[in-house]
Structure formats: C-alpha cells, structure tokens
Design a protein around this ligand. Structure first.
Ligand SMILES: C[S@@+](CC[C@H](N)C(=O)[O-])C[C@H]1O[C@@H](n2cnc3c(N)ncnc32)[C@H](O)[C@@H]1O
Length: 275
C-alpha cells in the first residue's frame, strides 16, 4: 500500500496521521489468528475482540492515567490467582519525562528511529531535542496527541502498513533504529511475531533497544488486564513478558543478534542488531 493510499484511508486530516480504517482488524488480528491456528498455541489462545489493546476498554485505566499524567497501573494475568503479584507495575508519571539513562539509549541508534508503543512520547521528545530523526507509533489516540506535542507520532498499529511509512512520507529503506521500551515486547502477546515484524520494517544493520522483564528466563504470553489504584479494570488484551535470556534466544531465531544489555532505571534493556 502506498503512503497516499494509506493517507486516503486515514480518519485524520491528510499529512497529520496515517491510520487505517481499523488497525485492530488488519495485521495484528490476522497474525493472532494465524498463531492460534498454527502449530504452537500461545497461552492466551482465546478470541480477543478487535481493538483489544493495552489498557483499553472497561474502566479505561490507561486513558485515565494519560489524562491525569500519573497513577500506578498493574498488569495482571487474567487467569492467575487474584492474590498473585502483578506481572508488571507501571508508574504512568514516568512516561512523561525521559531519565538520563533513557536518553543515553538514543545514542546507540541510527535514525530514522521508530518508537513502537510510544505512549505520550518521552522518547520522541528526547530524540528531537538531541537532533535525532524519530517517530512514535501508538494505537491510543490520546497518547499520540500527547506525543505530538514534543515530536512526531503516528496513530496506528505496528502490525499495520502505516508502521512502514510516516506522516511525513519517509519510505523505502526502513527504520535504522527501534525502541520497544516499557515492556512493549509484550505488544500483541506474541514476541516472536513482533520481532519478526520489526525485522520486516527495519533496514539491514538496524538496531533495537528492547526492555525485558526482570526474571532472566521469564517467557509468558497471556490474556492481560490493566488495573489502576482505584480499581478501574481494562478489557482483556493479549500481552507477554520476556526476560533478557529468553529474549536473546528468541532474537537469534527471528533474525536478530543480541549485542549488549544495560540496566536502566533498574530494568534490563537489551540491544539487538538486525542480521
Ligand atoms: C506499556 S505502554 C508503553 C508506554 C510508552 N512506551 C511510554 O513511554 O509512555 C504500551 C503502549 O503500547 C501501545 N500499543 C499497544 N499495542 C500496540 C500496537 N499494536 N501498535 C502500536 N502501539 C501499541 C499502547 O497503546 C501503549 O501506549
């Protein structure tokens, strides 16, 4: 699909965003279907309704946290013991300002950089300040609106064709650098499919910073919900958590080479290079 065709299908004014008519029903959902009917059934092999994305629906805890610019959000496995610890805990306030350790990650990337699941866009803002060509992509409209205050962002799914181009029409060679921070390797609930997709949209030799979970061999795909401190629960969505060792093994199988690992704000972040 050409940039013009995607722009024509966009729900937003031309030149400001590239959004397919139903990102959830394209690409991502198709991939889920393919995985579910394939040889290996992930743990969450249940039908998710179209548009089942991180923290969306129900009490809308993600949109609420973005509106308030703060709040603690717990990621829970729907099928786990309700008394179990959350699989991840996010501080939404931290999504609004990059730390020095986070900003330093940008130095290892060659542009143009795609921040996948950019949220309110602290990385695209930091990249702009550092003179690095970067674009965020996110399925959450409020997040994209916030991200556009500090940089460039596209409304859509990483699995949608819009991830290959940007609002300004860069095309062709692919992204030189990618960010999958804040546990975003969990997007779609199938990290191998996501790594393969990221390989598809990047240039040869591209690098990707991928934040991992703390348990080295953690490798879990599940039906998740997000819950805020006031008890607002999202609908179910597919997600995954992956530790650094499990990520390195999966990277090798999906056309990536693990290069190095850092601890940033106490979280493991791994640099992968596209083979
Ligand atoms: C854990 S939050 C990450 C927050 C973000 N990195 C930040 O700095 O604020 C996950 C993000 O991924 C986005 N997301 C979920 N599925 C996506 C998809 N298929 N394509 C792009 N973004 C997606 C969510 O809307 C959400 O903003």
């Amino acid at each position: 699909m050409t940039a013009d065709a995607i722009a024509a299908a966009s729900l937003l004014p031309a030149g400001t965003a590239v959004l397919g008519p139903e990102p959830a029903s394209l690409g991502l959902e198709d991939r889920m279907e393919a995985t579910v009917t394939g040889a290996t059934k992930p743990a969450w092999h249940r039908p998710f309704r179209p548009g089942s994305f991180f923290g969306r629906g129900g009490g809308d805890p993600y949109a609420r946290a973005l509106r308030r610019r703060r709040g603690i959000l717990d990621l829970i496995d729907v099928d786990a013991d309700p008394r179990a610890e959350p699989l991840a805990r996010y501080d939404a306030g931290a999504w609004f300002r990059a730390t020095p350790g986070e900003r330093a990650l940008l130095g290892a990337l060659t542009g143009p950089v795609l921040d996948i699941g950019c949220g309110p866009g602290r990385f695209v803002a930091a990249a702009r300040r550092a003179g690095i060509d970067a674009v965020g992509i996110d399925v959450e409209e409020r997040a994209v609106r916030l991200a556009r205050r500090g940089g460039e962002a596209v409304l859509g799914s990483v699995f949608h064709p819009c991830a290959e181009i940007t609002a300004t029409g860069r095309a062709g060679a692919g992204w030189g650098g990618v960010l999958l921070m804040d546990g975003n390797i969990g997007i779609g609930g199938d990290p191998a499919a996501l790594l393969a997709r990221v390989r598809e949209i990047t240039a040869p030799g591209a690098s990707a910073w991928v934040e991992a979970a703390t348990g080295r061999w953690t490798d879990r795909s599940f039906a998740a919900r997000l819950r805020d401190a006031r008890g607002h629960l999202s609908d179910e969505f597919p997600w995954a958590v992956l530790g650094p060792a499990a990520l390195a093994a999966m990277a090798a199988d999906t056309g990536w080479e693990p290069v190095t690992e850092r601890s940033v704000n106490g979280r493991p972040v791994c640099l992968l290079r596209r083979r």
